[in-house]
Design a protein around this ligand. Structure first.
Ligand code: F6R
Length: 613
């Protein structure tokens, strides 16, 4: 949700800023801008549209001199995407220039106040308020750092801010509250960025700033300040993953690459934690006594991560015999959840920065529940604030639509199910061993589904069906939860209206929408419930639907005339089946999007990391 980058060193800043922004475009891509400090003035270039437009405008940054600058790629919140609303924003008297990720919640009252003080505004953004507030305080204090400390007290909301001051040609100031911000140490050059890929080409040594932190840096030094305004030490961490992990590596799209990376991501997430028949969740501070006393589990997340929770409900209830309730993070805080010290709240988030999910985590902790976060990004806000963290080792996920993060999140829930089931004595003996064995083999099973032939087969279905405009996904049990994710994928990247229903629910209303040739994608991978889903397929078929069935080889023979098309998935342990069933749905959406000419990696109106409520 907006990406920011800053550079101060010996090299020309603009090309480095543009390069950094190109790695952050997943955070927002409706407009982009940069400001460099050169010849004692701010040179700002910004434009509506993709980063490529800015790159063209500045001849890949070469037309802008200067060795210090800040850049921004935007996902509009306040004010439509336009040149005027694009960042960076310069204050009224031209003293301050800022890029911002987040939302200033009290911007309206501040704007009125600042206008009374003679400040003027040209954009509709909340960010311009931050620029003018800093300028006002700077004029009053005569010192940028003091001005920033004061601004921090005044600004309500979330921000990662990169700040240039016209009187400070050798330093950049950056501050963070809620929105992500990292600082990168280089040799004779230093960086700030919303996320590591933006600066990984130049340095691996980074500090993930804490909430309330500020850093003032030159090309050779950096001074950190904590939330109390005290100078403090922030130890750098080394990023261990390779830059190639954040590049397309020969694939036409990140999404396709990430679909293919799923077996590896699963291996990395599962195998180090599975040894000699035991699940080892290293570093977990949850005691056995605590786990034995849990009476209820909430799984709280947004979007696809929430759908992982919907699958997780079936898995954990079956293995642990504890009631599990998946709740949307955006609703959680407002539904007065019944929490206490016998409640475990599992928080799921790829980015670890999603505003609603972070708020739900804080709410849970304040109400006395234990929190266990499943997170992909090391150093993210959720990973820092949860009582316990289990990382999904999916590597950087760049495509806006999640695939490998979804799969690894689900795999962590399997680990938790095995771990807790054994501990509680509810999932032991043969039941435990069969599931454990199948889980170790899951990455190979997934690999079988990613061969060229399998992809081609699904692409052919996509080619034939890509012009359908209303699609229904139906399934039972975990299949119904997987349908939710399949339907979201189709909506978000292919812009096809689709709905997901528990198969038995259709005849209670939605079946009236089925007409000649309506596409129904029926997931029937649960052997025990196959006949039931088959009946539901026949019901829609009888009303003219075109049915694409996703099932296993073992049951495909029973489909007879209930399906017009079939996609086969390998059979695995019933509780793990959702991990395989979702794969063809990801691939199908990918190809439908492609055939419809959509921008697969950067779907309209979306951003990868949703740091606003
Ligand atoms: C859909 C998708 C989103 C995210 C959701 C939560 O493909 O990616 O629905 O799952 O925005 O994001 P995280 O997991 O970063 O909290």
């Amino acid at each position: 949700m907006c990406g920011i980058v800053g550079y101060l060193g010996k090299q020309q800043a603009a090309p480095i800023l543009l390069d950094g922004l190109s790695k952050l475009e997943y955070r927002g891509y409706d407009s982009a801008g940069i400001c460099v400090f050169a010849e004692n003035r701010f040179c700002v270039e910004k434009t509506k549209g993709r980063l490529s437009a800015l790159s063209e405008l500045t001849e890949v940054g070469t037309t802008l001199p200067g060795t210090m600058g800040i850049g921004h790629t935007r996902w509009a919140t306040h004010g439509a995407p336009s040149q005027i609303n694009s960042h960076p924003h310069v204050s009224t008297n031209g003293k301050i220039c800022v890029v911002h990720n987040g939302i200033i919640e009290n911007y309206q009252s501040l704007k009125s106040y600042l206008m009374e003080q003679g400040k003027t505004f040209v954009s509709e953004t909340d960010t311009e308020v931050a620029a003018n507030l800093l300028e006002l305080y700077y004029e009053e204090e005569g010192d940028l750092l003091q001005a920033a400390f004061r601004a921090r007290e005044t600004l309500v909301g979330s921000y990662a801010l990169g700040i240039l001051c016209i009187d400070q040609p050798d330093s950049i100031l950056a501050m963070k509250k809620e929105s992500p911000l990292i600082f990168g140490f280089g040799e004779g050059e230093n960086f700030i960025a919303s996320d590591a890929p933006a600066i990984l080409k130049y340095t691996r040594k980074v500090v993930y700033l804490n909430n309330g932190d500020m850093v003032r840096f030159t090309k050779d030094s950096a001074v950190f300040y904590n939330a109390l305004g005290e100078e403090c030490v922030r130890e750098p961490e080394l990023i261990t993953w390779e830059m190639t992990a954040a590049e397309k590596g020969g694939y036409p799209h990140f999404m396709l690459k990430e679909i293919h990376e799923q077996p590896k991501a699963l291996r990395d997430t599962l195998h180090p934690r599975m040894k000699d028949g035991q699940v080892c969740l290293e570093g977990l501070t949850l005691t056995e006594d605590y786990l034995r006393n849990i009476r209820r589990i909430y799984i709280v997340a947004c979007g696809s991560a929430y759908y992982v929770g919907c699958v997780g409900k079936y898995i954990l209830e079956k293995t642990c015999r504890i009631p599990v309730e998946p709740v949307l993070a955006s609703e959680f805080r407002y539904c007065e959840p019944v929490l206490g010290d016998d409640t475990l709240v599992i928080i799921i988030s790829q980015s670890g920065e999603t505003a609603d999910t972070l708020a739900a985590l804080r709410e849970s902790r304040s109400l006395g529940a234990r929190t266990l976060a499943i997170v992909n990004v090391v150093g993210s806000a959720i990973s820092k604030e949860a009582d316990d963290v289990i990382y999904t080792w999916a590597g950087p996920e760049i495509a806006v639509a999640t695939t490998k993060a979804y799969s690894t999140q689900l795999s962590v829930l399997y680990l938790i199910a095995l771990y807790m089931g054994k501990l509680l004595g509810t999932w032991v003996g043969e039941a435990y061993e069969q599931m454990y064995r199948a889980l170790t083999q899951l990455p190979e099973a997934m690999e079988q589904m990613l061969t060229c032939d399998c992809l081609k087969h699904i692409e052919d279905h996509a080619e034939a069906l890509c012009r359908k405009h209303d699609v229904f996904f139906i399934g039972r049990n975990t299949d119904s939860a997987t349908c939710l994710e399949g339907s979201l994928k189709l909506k978000e990247i292919a812009y096809v209206h689709s709905e997901a229903y528990a198969a038995g629910e259709l005849k209670h209303g939605p079946i009236s929408l089925i007409e000649q040739d309506t596409l129904v994608i029926a997931l029937a991978t649960m052997e025990a419930l196959f006949e039931k889903t088959l009946s539901n397929m026949e019901e829609v078929k009888a009303r003219g639907a075109h049915v694409l069935a996703v099932t296993t080889e073992e049951t495909a023979g029973k489909l007879k005339k209930a399906a017009d098309r079939v996609i086969l998935v390998p059979r695995t342990h019933p509780l793990l089946q959702p991990s395989l069933s979702v794969i063809p749905l990801q691939i199908f959406s990918y190809y439908v999007a492609l055939k419809r000419g959509c921008d697969v990696d950067k779907p309209r109106n979306l951003a990868k990391s949703v740091t606003v409520e």
